[in-house]
Write a protein that binds this ligand. Structure first.
Ligand code: 5MM
Length: 340
C-alpha cells in the first residue's frame, strides 16, 4: 500500500474551498432523475448531461473530485476525450462508485446490505489504470420500528471496512459512506443514536482490518429529524448535533468528512455545512461536501428546460455556494449572485 499517495490524494480532495461532486447515479437512479424532468433516459442522454456539467468553466475552483459510475468512466466528452482524462486535465480527481448496490439483507425485513465485494480487487485495479484515484461505497441504514438491527449495522460496517482495505491496496482513496436515511418519522435524537452506532462499528471494523485512516474519507449524513417527523430542528442545532456526533465517533487521523445531502434542500445542505465551519470547536478533520442532489438538482432542471449554458450556470452557482460554506462565508445574500 502506498500510504503517501493515498494521504496526498485524500488531502487534495478536501483542499480549501473545494469539495466533491457525486455524479455516480446508477443507470436506474439516473433514469428516474431524467424522467423526473421529462427527458428520455438513454446512454447518450446520461453522457451528454454529465459531459456538459463537467465542462462548466472554472468549476475546478469549487470541485476537487467527481464520483463517476462505471458507465461514465468508460465514456468520452463531446470532443472524444475520455471523461477521466478530461477531469484530470482540469485538475479534478476522477473517482468511481465501486459498490453494486444495496440489496435486501437476509433475515432482516426492511433492511439492506450493500454488495460488490466480488472481484473488487480486479475492478479497482482497472479503475486505477483508467485514472481513478478514489472510490465510493454507500451503505444504507433505515430507521424504523425495531430497526436498524445489530445485524444490519455489523454486516454493513464489515463490508465498508473490507471495501476500504481493498481500495487502499489498489491505490484508491476509499470514501466510506454509511448513510442513515432521512426517511421516516424518527426525531433527531434517534438519528444521532443510530449514526453514532454505525460510525462506531464502522471505524472499529476498519481498525480490525488495518484500514489506513489518514488515507480515507468519511461521507456521513447530518443529524437531522426524519422527513415526516413533526419536529424539525433548526439549522444551528443540526450543525451542533452533527459536529458533536462526529467528535464522539470519528478518529482524529481522518483527513476529512465529506457530507452527503441525502434529500435536504439545496440551501439547507449549504447552510448546515456553513454553520459547522463557523462553530469554533476546532474539529481535527476538514468539513466538506460530496453532494449529489444538492449540487445537481437545479442543473438538471435547467438542462431540461433551458440551454446547456443555463445548466452550467446553475451548477456553478451551487458549487460556489458550497465552496463559500467550506470557509463559513456563505450567506443568504450570496445566494443572489449567479456566477463562479
Ligand atoms: C449520486 O447518487 C448516488 C446514488 O447512487 P445509486 O444510484 O446507486 O443509489 C449516492 O450514493 C450519492 O453519491 C450519495 O447518496 C450522495 O448523494 P446525495 O444526493 O445524498 O447528496
Amino acid at each position: 500500500m502506498d500510504t503517501r499517495e493515498l494521504e496526498m490524494n485524500a488531502m487534495k480532495l478536501v483542499s480549501p474551498g473545494r469539495g466533491i461532486l457525486a455524479a455516480d447515479e446508477s443507470t436506474g437512479t439516473m433514469g428516474k432523475r431524467l424522467l423526473g424532468v421529462g427527458l428520455e433516459p438513454n446512454e447518450e442522454a446520461r453522457r451528454s448531461y454529465r459531459a456538459n456539467l463537467f465542462s462548466t468553466p472554472n468549476c475546478e475552483s469549487a470541485i476537487s473530485g467527481v464520483i463517476l459510475y462505471d458507465e461514465t468512466i468508460r465514456q468520452n466528452m463531446d470532443d472524444g476525450t475520455p471523461i477521466s482524462e478530461f477531469l484530470t486535465s482540469v485538475g479534478i480527481i476522477p473517482g468511481i462508485k465501486v459498490d453494486t448496490g444495496a440489496k435486501e439483507l437476509a433475515n432482516c425485513p426492511g433492511e439492506k446490505i450493500t454488495e460488490g465485494l466480488d472481484e473488487l480487487r480486479e475492478r479497482c485495479s482497472e479503475y486505477y489504470q483508467m485514472g481513478a484515484r478514489f472510490a465510493k461505497w454507500r451503505a444504507v441504514i433505515t430507521i424504523g420500528d425495531g430497526i436498524p438491527s445489530k445485524s444490519c449495522i455489523s454486516t454493513n460496517a464489515h463490508a465498508l471496512a473490507r471495501y476500504a482495505a481493498i481500495c487502499q491496496e489498489q491505490g484508491l482513496v476509499p470514501i466510506i459512506e454509511p448513510e442513515v436515511l432521512m426517511d421516516g418519522s424518527h426525531d433527531a435524537q434517534r438519528c444521532y443514536e443510530v449514526t453514532s452506532e454505525i460510525l462506531k462499528e464502522t471505524f472499529s471494523a476498519c481498525k480490525e482490518q488495518g484500514v489506513h485512516i489518514p488515507g480515507a474519507l468519511l461521507k456521513p449524513n447530518m443529524i437531522i429529524s426524519g422527513k415526516s417527523c413533526s419536529v424539525q430542528i433548526p439549522r444551528q442545532e443540526v450543525a451542533e448535533l452533527t459536529l458533536r456526533c462526529l467528535m464522539e465517533n470519528v478518529p482524529s487521523e481522518l483527513p476529512g468528512v465529506v457530507f452527503l445531502s441525502g434529500g435536504q434542500s439545496d440551501e439547507d445542505a449549504t447552510a448546515h455545512l456553513n454553520i459547522m465551519n463557523t462553530i469554533d470547536s476546532n474539529p481535527p478533520w476538514e468539513l466538506s461536501y460530496s453532494y449529489g442532489r444538492a449540487l445537481q438538482a437545479s442543473a438538471l432542471k435547467s438542462w431540461a428546460e433551458g440551454t446547456p449554458e443555463d445548466s452550467q450556470q446553475s451548477f456553478a452557482h451551487r458549487a460556489k455556494m458550497n465552496s463559500l460554506a467550506r470557509y463559513g462565508k456563505w450567506s443568504e445574500d450570496a445566494e443572489l449572485e449567479q456566477k463562479l
